[in-house]
Design a protein around this ligand. Structure first.
Ligand code: 0A1
Ligand code: ZN
Length: 850
């Protein structure tokens, strides 16, 4: 059904562009507030009967001149672009425009960051650089000339001749405009080299501003080489240019961008040193480096026909980077972390007003669809496909995919066609994972009768505005059965649930088994399996599937927290004892045990309560979680000192999986121990810390018990010149503040001279931390909501993309009590009716209010 919102684009209205582009030549004369861009584009008809008029996108451009086949033209110009009559057959379009990078605070198109010129063109930023058919399926070979005073002038592809103030770049691979990039600045390189499997020598450069960042490049460079090698070994994909450039930029809306041969990275997603970065930062950098590199094949060589197909490149590339991390580090740990993230970010989206299919079918502003659903659920969908067809068929399908679609811009149907062709299996039902929004619920019933055990699954997905009619999905459910002594009596089997309700039978059992269902989280669903605490405790002790063993502990924690938040119930002893046993098991990887110690977050508890029809009370949830942490520290009192000693890392710092796992367990134990010793050990660990993981871990442990004031002040003095560390300093004070102090803390910090709110990292550090402090954000008097809305309104005119993205803080508002809904509703109304609101923000607020 089509709504009537003006400016909505529909997948069903897709029509191809009427021309092909033979070649593009761009020339930039860089100037901070008056950059000139000259373009020469050769068009040829794409369709049998091309229209006689064509439209090129263009926004905020000052047209200096335009010509077709050498003759000056006077095109019609609107806010969206340019229209003009064109000749039949091939023709040359030339234009010169002027743009103002210095005034571009939205960080989309060509802009300045610390005096460095840089670009961000995905999704629709190229139209802010010159007139062009700015749509992903229009692929062309680009040649770019850059004239500018900076010492380093970069664009896509391979370098051509260059001299002082001038550089030429040629990219032989046809690409869409969203992959265009240009960088110009006085930069220095950390360089290396990689030789591909077929012997191509590739120069690798990581470009940064001089003055300290040079020392933070080595880890990302090593990660890049690992990613290049992995893609050759696992997917048979080689790099295809002579150079691969990466640039670190301080002002960037997202993590990084996969521009062909010239990746642009948010500094926070690439620069690392042991002193200034945490283990989590290192792991994220390795993953993002790999993600952007993997896009070279899944995104760049094979791209999207239109932006509705965004998950074609993002779901697959997230899936590939997750495989890479699992191979480089620990597969179970990576899987558990991904599911924690999915539940924290994607489930609320899929079960609230912003729900949309992995392949949306309409949008107003595509930038609002770079979501956890498109990325993370998109990757889950690929994981399911692989489970359903098996590893061998998956590998064959991918070979066929690369062979068949190289150089093309395609759809999800095209993607699925290679799996159909390889397996001979119809995937119509599977397509629903791309077209239906919402998280399926899968309810389980068990029956046992003289050696025969039956599992009956029933699926249902709540209807939503995005998907009013829900049809059954194909759901791979990995199941194993355990015997009474914990032995696995039936190893993992992949059951395929395709109907609303379906039974699966296991014969010849010698007794009633304990089922381990949805192993490795084989599908992104909510499993409704009502089992006793004793059975969960049994799985926590015995499940041979590491994911489900962790999940058993989480389910116990979630349930006990739900009880504790709604009554004065005491923590479940089965959980406390079970966890103690797991922590004492030294055969288990420390990283895994650290995950076991992690409790579900407060917003997860709020959503779990709401799913049970109970209105969540944020204060009570916070108090319950504090009580459970106290109880844990009491139960583990005898174990914690030994855990700390056993996991203290004395070797030279390395961000590898083994060491960082020990630090994760150490800092988790330290936080609990601080509840017993009043923070004495944490204070001494803070003083002795020689790496950021420990320093921040110790500071967090202190702040969480209301201490750490002196350390917070010292931290600032120590790190005031390290912008990425100061982001952490802002965030930790707010995220660890008590609920009744979080708003005041945020108010104080937005007054701090270093709160440069136009920088997206800094804005997110402060306001993102407020939104993440569940009790503080939902403070009963509404001050959290009001402060947050004030800042959304401040940022929106300057940077609509980042402002709109942060509106998601309000997406779960309908779960809360009437008073809070009124308060949030008032803020949403205030934003909705504010003058000068961006299209990005307008769409988000309208969807959240709907
Ligand atoms: N394609 C990038 C993410 C990205 C998307 C949009 C951007 O600007 C609107 C910037 C980056 C990736 O998946 O890494
Ligand atoms: Zn991506």
């Amino acid at each position: 059904m089509k709504d009537s919102a003006p400016g909505t684009v529909y997948l069903s209205d897709y029509a191809p562009f009427g021309w092909l582009i033979e070649s593009v030549h761009l020339e930039f004369d860089l100037d901070p507030d008056a950059t000139r861009v000259k373009s020469r584009i050769v068009f040829s008809p794409n369709l049998n009967s091309p229209e006689q008029e064509f439209f090129l996108h263009g926004e905020n451009l000052r047209l200096i001149s335009a010509r077709i086949d050498g003759t000056a033209i006077s095109p019609r110009i609107t806010r969206e672009g340019l229209t003009c009559p064109v000749p039949e057959g091939e023709f040359l379009f030339e234009a010169e425009v002027e743009i103002n990078p210095g005034a571009n605070t939205a960080l989309e198109g060509l802009y300045l960051s610390n005096g460095m010129f840089c670009t961000q063109c995905e999704a629709e930023g190229f139209r802010k650089i010159t007139y062009y058919p700015d749509r992903p399926e229009v692929m062309a070979v680009f040649t770019v000339e850059i004239n500018g005073s900076a010492s380093v002038l970069l664009s896509n592809g391979n370098p051509g001749p260059r001299g002082p103030g001038h550089a030429l770049w040629h990219d032989p691979w046809p690409k869409p405009s969203y992959l265009f990039a240009l960088v110009a600045g006085d930069l220095v390189a950390h360089s290396d080299r990689f030789t591909t499997a077929s012997g191509r020598r590739v120069d690798l450069n990581l470009w940064v501003r001089p003055g300290g960042d040079e020392d933070k490049c080595a880890f990302a460079m090593e990660a890049l080489k690992r990613a290049m090698q992995w893609d050759e070994q696992v997917y048979g994909r080689e790099y295809d240019l002579d150079v691969f450039n990466i640039v670190a930029v301080d002002d960037f809306n997202m993590g990084a961008m996969e521009n062909k041969g010239l990746n642009v990275f948010n500094s926070a997603a690439v620069l690392a040193s042991p002193e200034t970065s945490t283990d989590a930062n290192f792991e994220r950098i390795e993953a993002i480096i790999a993600h952007e590199y993997f896009h070279n094949w899944t995104g760049n060589r094979i791209t999207c026909r239109d932006w509705f197909q965004l998950c074609l490149k993002e779901g697959l590339t997230v899936f590939r980077d997750a495989q890479f991390t699992a191979d480089m580090r620990s597969a179970p740990v990576k899987r558990i972390r991904d599911v924690i993230d999915l539940r924290a970010r994607q489930f609320p989206e899929d079960n609230g007003p912003l729900a949309h299919p992995v392949r949306p079918d309409h949008f107003q502003e595509i930038n609002n669809f770079y979501t956890a659903t498109v990325y993370e659920k998109g990757a889950e969908v690929i994981g399911m496909l692989k489970r359903l067809v098996g590893d061998k068929a998956y590998a064959e399908a991918l070979e066929l995919y690369f062979a068949r679609f190289d150089g093309q811009a395609i759809t999800i149907e095209d993607w699925l066609s290679v799996f159909e062709d390889v397996t001979g299996r119809e995937l119509c039902q599977f397509l629903r994972w791309y077209t239906q929004a919402g998280t399926p619920r899968v309810a389980v019933k068990e029956e046992y009768d003289s050696g025969t055990y039956t599992l009956t699954f029933t699926q249902s997905t709540p209807p939503s505005a995005a998907s009013p009619v829900q049809r059954p999905q194909i759901i791979p459910i990995a199941v194993g059965l355990l015997g009474a002594n914990g032995d696995e009596v039936v190893p993992t089997q992949m059951l395929e649930l395709t109907k609303d309700s379906q039974s699966f039978t296991f014969e010849g059992l010698s007794g009633r088994p304990v089922p381990s269902i949805l192993r490795d989280f084989s599908a992104p669903v909510i499993l409704e399996h009502e089992i006793s605490d004793a059975e969960r405790a049994f799985l926590l002790a015995h499940d041979t599937d590491p994911f489900n063993r962790w999940e058993a502990g989480q389910a116990l924690a979630r349930e006990t927290l739900c009880y504790m938040a709604t009554s004065d119930a005491r923590p479940n002893p089965d959980y406390l004892e079970g966890l103690r046993a797991v922590l004492r098991d030294d055969s288990l990887d420390p990283a895994y045990r650290a995950l076991m110690l992690g409790l579900p977050g407060e917003s997860e508890i709020a959503l779990a309560l709401s799913a049970h029809g109970i209105i969540p009370a944020p204060e009570a949830i916070h108090a319950a979680r504090e009580r459970l942490l106290d109880a844990l520290s009491e139960t583990l009192a005898d174990d914690l000192p030994a855990l700390l000693d056993a996991n203290a890392v004395r070797e030279r710092y390395s961000p590898d999986a083994a060491q960082s796992g020990r630090r994760a367990l150490f800092t988790a134990a330290l936080a609990l121990w601080s509840r017993r010793d009043g923070g004495a050990r944490a204070a001494s660990e803070y003083a002795a810390a020689d790496n950021m993981t420990l320093q921040l871990g110790a500071l967090g442990a202190l702040l969480a018990i209301g201490r750490g004031e002196a350390e917070t002040a010292a931290f600032y003095e120590q790190w005031r010149h390290e912008r990425l560390v100061i982001d952490k300093w802002f965030a930790i004070q707010i995220s660890h503040a008590a609920p009744d102090a979080a708003v005041a803390k945020t108010r104080a910090l937005v007054q701090h001279p270093d709160f440069n709110w136009k920088n997206p990292n800094r804005f997110r550090a402060v306001l993102g931390a407020l939104a993440g402090n569940h009790g503080g954000f939902h403070s009963r008097d509404g001050r959290g909501y009001a402060l947050f809305a004030d800042w959304l309104l401040t940022l929106d005119p300057v940077n609509p993309q980042t402002a709109a993205r942060m509106c998601t803080a309000f997406q779960s508002w309908r779960h809360y009590d009437g008073g809070r809904q009124m308060l949030i509703g008032a803020q949403l109304d205030r934003i909705a009716t504010a003058g000068g609101r961006s299209k990005d923000m307008g769409e988000m607020i309208a969807r959240i209010r709907a």
